[in-house]
Structures are given as C-alpha cells and as structure tokens.
Write a new protein. Structure first.
Length: 356
C-alpha cells in the first residue's frame, strides 16, 4: 500500500488500520510534519518516502527520500503496490490519482478534488471512496432501484451565527468548527458549504446520478440517506471517525469492531435543517454544477484562491462566496474536451485572481 498524505488525519487513521490488520506499507508521502513522518517510518519501514519540500529531505530518517509532485509520481512508478490511498489536499492530488489509475492501481480516494475536477476522465471502477458521506451511500446501496440520495452537512462554523454578523467574522472564528477538528481549508469550505458542493460532484461521478442533495444534520451521526422508489429510506449512522470508511477501502471485508456503535439514547434528538442560500450563498451553485460538472475545475481553482486570501486576512469571509460566484458565472459555459483543458483553465484562473 502507498499512503499519500500520511501525516494528515486521513493518513494517520489509514496507518492505524494498516497496523491493526498487518497491511504492508510500501511508501509514505508526508507533508511538513517531519517528526510525525519519521515516527511513521520507524513503525512501518517503507521502501520509499516523499516530502513536500526539498530542504526537508535531510531531516528524514530514510535512505530513499523523494520530494514534491515529481517525487510522488516517481514513487508510484517504482512501487509494486496495487493500492494507493490518496489523502492529499487540493489540486495537488489530481495527477497522482490519474497516474495511479493509469498504472492499473486501485485508489482509495479521500482527495475529493480529483473527482470534482476530473471525474469525467476517471475510471470510477478503480476508485473506492473514503469520504464518510460517500462511504455511507455505498454502504447502504444493495441493488435496489433508488429515487434519490442525500448526504449530510454539519453546517460549519457559522451555522448558528446571526446573518448580520457574518460580514465581520474572523479567521479564528471560521476555524472553530462545532463538531470536530480538521485542516484549515476544509474547515473554511465547511463554513461556506463549498465542501458539500464538492461532495455532490463526487457523488455524481461515483454513483452516476444527479438525484443527489444535501441537508444539515447538526450532530453529524447520520452521514448519508438513500431514498428508494418504493417510498422507504435507509440512513447510514456511525460515529464521526474516518477509520470505518478507510477500513472498507483497504480490506475486502470487515467483520470486527472498528468503531463503537452509536448510542442513540445518548444522542437523543437529531435535528435536520435546510441549507439556506442566505447563509450559504454558494449553495446557489448546486443545480448549475450538477448540470455541468465540468465546472468543478473552475469551482475548485477559484475557491482555493479565495480561501487562501481569507486565511491571509486579505478579504472578508463573505467575499469568498462573492468571488467564487462571480468567477463561476464568467465561466458558466466551460466545457472540457480533455485533461489538458482542465489544467489550462486551472492555471488561467489562478493566474488571473491569485494576485488581484
């Protein structure tokens, strides 16, 4: 197994499952947390290691250390592993997904941007989703004819904040998620609902349907709901922990406890809310991107630029949505003929808006 993004939360949980079930780890690709990476190297003795920055190579306790995107691709080409866990964040994760599939490897995918940007050009049969929402959909499907699918959202950092306060919220407040601790970008994406737009696009490619929607479930114990044509519905209920979808992505069958079962009496009431475009302006894009999923590359590129500006306090929180909506409108008729078109439009958008 190759783990891309081993020092992030998905990577750490993946290695927990690998150790529990004695899965061999051939390669580790970490970020900037070299201390954690060295600890992982000591525990799993990988054949290859890769870091984000060239200057960190000398800090790594390993003889074969690569760096950057080229290093990741070199490891993929050299390795014998048939399974790649892609937990990289952002556009960076796309090329490794493409290369892994090209090499005939299976991809346990947590890098949602791969599907958001290039789902049209990916062999979905080679992909197993790790996202808890898509794992939930997969888990409860059982060859029944479905009517529609629903994934859930936490509502993000500002789900209960008065609307008039949103224009002045701080970066620190935006990073204070009500349910769990995540990386900075995904926490901001949760607050704007960009993350849920990404997941709708993922589901569109993974399950070949546009009959997919999202609702807010404030306690985050229900991850997905499938509505069947007979009028019945099934929900996937599990603790907020990525170990379960990871275990199913790595193993053919799981017949022992990975998580403690949810105590419904302890949970008590469960509250559902509609995703209100007044609070989450990006939700106005839902129907547009499902109708034209090629817009995923535009959405991802401008969202990454806008979130980075917000984190550097160059723009206000509500400006993220304004910028994304403006750029999506400008490129609303974009159509990708091939992968080259995707890389070209991504570069064009970043060049135009990153410095403006």
């Amino acid at each position: 197994m190759i783990v891309l993004g081993s020092t992030g939360s998905i990577g750490v949980n993946t290695l927990f499952i690998a150790k529990k079930f004695n899965i061999k780890v051939e390669a580790l690709v970490g970020g900037e947390n070299i201390d954690l990476l060295n600890s992982q190297i000591k525990n799993f003795s990988p054949k290859y290691v890769c870091v984000k920055n060239k200057e960190d190579i000398k800090k790594v306790d390993h003889k074969k250390v690569f760096w950057g995107e080229e290093g990741i691709l070199e490891i993929l080409n050299r390795s014998n592993s048939s399974l790649v866990v892609n937990a990289l964040v952002g556009f960076l994760g796309l090329v490794p997904t493409l290369q892994a599939i090209k090499l005939g490897k299976k991809v346990a995918l947590a890098n949602k941007e791969s599907l958001v940007i290039a789902g049209k050009f990916l062999d979905i049969s080679k992909i197993t989703p790790i996202d808890s929402e898509h794992f939930g959909l997969w888990y409860i499907l059982n060859d029944k004819k479905i009517s529609s699918m629903i994934i859930t959202a936490s509502g993000g950092s500002f789900r209960d904040t008065p609307l008039e306060r949103l224009k002045d919220v701080s970066v620190k407040e935006a990073l204070n998620h009500p349910n769990w601790s995540m990386g900075k970008k995904i926490t901001i994406d949760s607050a704007t609902m960009a993350n849920k737009l990404f997941e709708l696009l993922e589901a569109r490619w993974l399950f070949d349907t546009t009959k997919i929607d999202a609702i807010i479930e404030t306690k985050s114990v229900i991850h997905a709901i499938v509505n069947f044509v007979d009028g019945s519905s099934l929900a996937h209920i599990a603790d907020v922990d990525m170990k379960l979808p990871i275990a199913y992505a790595l193993l053919k069958r799981v017949e022992e406890e990975i998580l403690k079962p949810i105590d419904l009496l302890e949970v008590g009431s469960i509250e559902f809310r509609k995703i209100d475009p007044k609070r989450y302006p990006l939700w106005n894009l839902k129907d547009m991107i499902l109708k034209n999923p090629d817009l995923g590359v535009v959405l991802n590129a401008i969202n990454e630029v806008a979130v980075e500006k917000f984190l550097k306090e160059k723009i206000k929180f509500l400006d993220i949505s304004k910028i994304v909506l403006e750029v999506i409108q400008k490129y609303k008729n974009f159509y990708a003929r091939d992968l080259e078109d995707l890389f070209k439009i991504d570069k064009e958008i970043r060049a135009a808006y990153a410095s403006s």
